[in-house]
Design a protein around this ligand. Sequence first.
Ligand SMILES: Cc1cc2nc3c(=O)[nH]c(=O)nc-3n(C[C@H](O)[C@H](O)[C@H](O)COP(=O)(O)OP(=O)(O)OC[C@H]3O[C@@H](n4cnc5c(N)ncnc54)[C@H](O)[C@@H]3O)c2cc1C
Length: 212
Amino acid sequence: MALDQESFDILLPTIQRFIRERLVPAENHLEEHDEVPADIIQDMKDMGLFGLTVPEEYGGIGLSVSQEVLVNYELGRTATAFRSVFGTNIGIGSQGILMDGTPEQKAEYLPKVASGELIMSFALTEPDAGTDAASLKTRADLDGDHYVLNGTKRYITNAPRAGAFTLMARTGGPGAGGVSSFILPANTPGIKLGKKDKKMGQRGTMTCDVIL
Ligand SMILES: Cc1cc2nc3c(=O)[nH]c(=O)nc-3n(C[C@H](O)[C@H](O)[C@H](O)COP(=O)(O)OP(=O)(O)OC[C@H]3O[C@@H](n4cnc5c(N)ncnc54)[C@H](O)[C@@H]3O)c2cc1C
């Protein structure tokens, strides 16, 4: 999967120009207000940045990995918070659906991911499970025809703006083999968000706990 070269040769300079003319001048705003301005987020949606790597059949641009790398080089010229706004949509937040989702899940979620209508976050890390992610403790217990989730996820990028999470929880025994992945709408009853984390840098990025 890749965008044809001719289209990519138009897209890349467009993104370079957006970075130069819209993002770099907004860096002071990031520092002062710790937020990405709403009009910039709208411009990102209009440009298709939320769907850079989502296949065209789901409304994305369908970049290959090497094309995405070239775009990321350019995004590296400005504050990391800008890419972070759509970074979970084109990466960890939705990749699981793309790789392993059912046709129904792909049809339901990926077009909204690509347009930016839906922000997706990836919820793996926990207070006692970081590098050793396979030791996570969040439980998902089957209760009739649904699962009951209990646990706390930590440092979840874009959680304050997420409409859904790709969330890992234990359905079986110890180790990675006992972990399952869930698509969890953010408005599911019982989900609470922690206070936005105060970080030493990366102004404008958002992380917080997700408490189930
Ligand atoms: C800005 C930010 C955004 C994040 N966004 C997300 C997100 O969207 N979703 C999500 O799920 N998580 C997210 N994380 C969490 C991130 O994935 C974890 O911080 C990471 O996995 C490390 O876990 P930890 O912080 O618990 O550190 P620890 O695992 O406690 O590690 C601390 C230190 O010990 C070292 N260490 C650990 N184990 C070993 C070992 N066996 N041998 C040698 N050294 C070791 C590590 O390299 C590290 O230097 C985010 C974190 C940050 C800082």
